[in-house]
Design a protein around this ligand. Structure first.
Ligand code: NAD
Length: 411
């Protein structure tokens, strides 16, 4: 099964639970528009290379498409389509006036100079310019793209439109239209969702232990926010493996160590473990925050966590979900748990449209309130339809889209 087909499995369960109009289901099953572009770039050594890029707009039913642009050698149409579908559902669950989009370029940014990256980035925007815009499709950072890449994209698009266009893109640096609170937003949202889950499961956060897979943007902020709320973070990992201390890490010391050494490994008092061992630890909360397809039929029965809160997109396969349901493991799905990032991207867009900026406190308060509301909505939906939280999240998304789709009309 390819990734897009796999991603649609819980949506099919939601359609069945809600008895959704098959016409609406058929529309949501495919992206509205997919664009493939080819970008010629003059490399630093004088040679010419043609890069392939994509932009998928899964849905614009609830508003402009919204989603990041990823630079990676393994980017492909199937991945971009899937990620745009998840963005549609995530934005709908978070209650944002957006549809879903995603883009990517097949490239290896680690092997490219800054000048080559800039030329490729500007070329990509030139190619997709007719299909993007603050009311049409709003890109953002994703894997291997950052504030600098967003700044080049904004500059290129502003030149094409011959006007200042900060609202066509989010994830910009502070001082050029970026929002306070964006960097930490996804991790903060994961923890807000986890706290709500602990409330309904009557777990005291002060007695909770946590394992976080992945120590990038999402994982590191997730770990910090868990520790801030009194949870004991006992395991962390990156692509090379994990570290474990059953007594819990002092996150301030660990952060200082990471800042200095740029690795988790060798942190005093920590035992080295593998990523597979981390996923099987007997913890209260397992937070996969690295990448997709980490919890599968091969390792699901080894998971001993009481709950899984998904920071990454698509870390759990449908087969693994079945095992977790059977074992009574409470899963807070990606399209709910990691919606904090796009929520603050939405705040950035709003601030850009108004040319009026909020403090970090305002951003955090608004984000927390929206995430709590989204959790409550999904939890109540899971009770109403007697389905797990993932299927319930898809019910919420479908419910948000079904009425506007019908009212706007299908010809
Ligand atoms: P990142 O590149 O900053 O960090 C990824 C981390 O995962 C790194 O520590 C890396 O070493 C580790 N990793 C990579 N492959 C691994 C593997 N096979 N096993 C264990 N660890 C591995 O990325 P990020 O922005 O933190 O994103 C992580 C996940 O969260 C992705 O699935 C992304 O799509 C999703 N996500 C990110 C955001 C955001 O705002 N950054 C928002 C929503 C969802």
């Amino acid at each position: 099964m390819d990734l897009f087909e796999m991603a649609k499995v819980p949506m099919a369960a939601a359609e069945k639970a809600m008895n959704l109009d098959p016409g609406a289901a058929a529309i949501i099953a495919e992206p509205e528009r997919v664009l493939e572009v080819h970008i010629p770039v003059r490399m630093d050594d004088g040679s010419l290379k043609v890069f392939t890029g994509f932009r998928a707009q899964h849905s614009t039913v609830l508003g402009p498409a919204k989603g990041g642009v990823r630079y990676h050698p393994s980017v492909c149409l199937d991945e971009v389509k899937t990620l745009s579908f998840w963005m549609t559902c995530k934005c709908a669950v978070a209650g944002l006036p957006y549809g879903g989009g995603k883009g990517g370029i097949i490239c290896d940014p680690q092997k490219m100079s800054q000048r080559e990256l800039e030329r490729m980035t500007r070329g990509y925007i030139d190619r997709i310019a007719p299909c993007i815009g603050e009311k049409l499709d709003i890109p953002a950072p994703d894997m291997n793209t950052n504030g600098q890449v967003m700044a080049w994209m904004m500059d290129e698009y502003s030149k094409i439109k011959n006007q200042y266009e900060p609202g066509f893109i989010t994830g910009k640096p502070l001082g050029m239209g970026g929002s306070e609170g964006r960097t930490a937003a996804t991790g903060l949202g994961v923890v807000v969702a986890a706290m709500e889950a602990m409330k309904v499961k009557k777990i005291d956060p002060k007695k909770a232990t946590v394992a976080v897979q992945g120590y990038g943007n999402v994982g590191s902020w997730t770990a910090k926010h868990f520790a801030k709320r009194g949870c004991k973070v006992v395991a962390l990992s990156d692509i090379k493996g994990g570290i474990y201390n059953p007594k819990g890490f002092d996150m301030k010391k660990l952060d200082a160590y990471y800042e200095k050494k740029r690795t988790l490994h060798g942190f005093p008092g920590a035992k080295e473990i593998t990523n597979a061992e981390l996923l099987a630890l007997p913890v209260t909360v397992l937070a996969p925050c690295a990448m997709e397809l980490q919890l599968t039929k091969d390792n699901a029965d080894k998971v001993r966590a009481k709950m899984i809160v998904e920071g990454a997109n698509g870390p759990t396969t449908p087969d693994a979900d079945k095992v977790f349901d059977k074992k009574g493991i409470f899963v807070v799905p990606d399209i709910l748990a990691n919606g904090g990032g796009v929520t603050v991207s939405y705040f950035e867009w709003v601030q850009n449209l108004y040319r009026y900026f909020w403090t970090e406190k305002e951003v955090v308060e608004k984000q927390t309130e929206m995430m709590k509301r989204a959790f409550k909505n999904v939890y109540e939906t899971s009770k109403k339809y007697k389905v797990n939280m993932r299927v319930a999240a898809y019910c919420v998304a479908l419910n948000a889209m079904a009425m506007p789709m019908k009212m706007r009309g299908i010809y």
